[in-house]
Design a protein around this ligand. Structure first.
Ligand SMILES: Nc1ncnc2c1ncn2[C@@H]1O[C@H](COP(=O)(O)OP(=O)(O)OP(=O)(O)O)[C@@H](O)[C@H]1O
Ligand SMILES: [Mg+2]
Length: 230
């Protein structure tokens, strides 16, 4: 589904954020990218959504070289990808229901379908009884679950999550990961970037370790070593 073909990213100031990454993500994978602060995790995700382009190498998504997509076609690429970021803000003046329905309206989905599907997505993340709550009436974990429901509303083939558990305690963090695993089991490919290696071990999925932009380990079942992580 996604192929990194000898991808390096060197920022304008000379920082080498990614160094010759060469790996593939298969449809239906649940892959966790772990590494210390500055290891290159967010850079990797930004390249996948074409927020930035590689300095060297090529990224293919479903056999398309995404560096070659015309700017006008980038929204089509992004429509296939749901994103959940740690600091991703919900619309503060809209309820949980409206935060999710807004995503569907933007996609041009007809209103009757929206009315049926929003409760289904909120139910999936365990928030059917919070549909009318505003973001400041929700806990951190609940807000993050609304953000996940919103990302799913676009019916992405691929869900990218950058440190989605960063602001949460361990119990809530594990709940979010369990939810991501459930979404994965329903068929969505998931790429999770996180420091939380103990949590990632618990979900027993593929783990890729980055160190200073290099891929230093790629293990199928959540067992790996990482020295002196922050
Ligand atoms: N726009 C930029 N310009 C220059 N350097 C950058 C830019 N964005 C990131 N970097 C540098 O690239 C490296 C990788 O950053 P990145 O944000 O990918 O790390 P990360 O693994 O996501 O870290 P964290 O866990 O702190 O979020 C770091 O050295 C960072 O300082
Ligand atoms: Mg980051």
């Amino acid at each position: 589904m996604i192929k990194f073909d000898h991808v390096s990213k060197i920022y304008d100031n000379g920082t080498k954020a990614l160094d010759d990454l060469d790996f593939e993500i298969l449809p239906g994978d649940f892959i966790s990218i772990v590494g210390k602060s500055g290891a290159g995790k967010s850079t990797l995700l930004k390249l996948i959504i074409r927020e930035d382009t590689p300095s060297l190498g090529t990224i293919f998504i479903e056999d398309i070289d995404i560096s070659r997509i015309a700017p006008k076609d980038i929204p089509y690429l992004r429509r296939k990808i749901g994103v959940v970021f740690q600091d991703m803000k919900l619309l503060p003046t809209r309820t949980a229901f409206e935060n999710v329905s807004y995503a569907m309206e933007v996609d041009g989905m007809p209103r009757p379908q929206i009315e049926v599907e929003v409760p289904q997505f909120l139910g999936l993340v365990g928030l059917e009884n919070k549909a009318g709550a505003f973001p400041d009436q929700l806990s951190g974990g609940e807000k993050q679950r609304v953000a996940i429901a919103r990302a799913l509303a676009h019916r992405p083939l691929l869900l990218l999550a950058d440190e989605p558990t960063g602001n949460l305690d361990e119990v809530n963090a594990l709940e979010i990961l369990t939810l991501l695993r459930k979404i994965n089991e329903m068929g969505t490919t998931i790429i999770l970037a996180t420091h939380a290696r103990e949590l990632v071990d618990k979900i027993k999925k593929r783990v890729v370790v980055l160190e200073s932009g290099k891929l230093v380990s790629d293990v199928a079942q959540g067992k790996y070593r990482l020295e002196a992580s922050t």
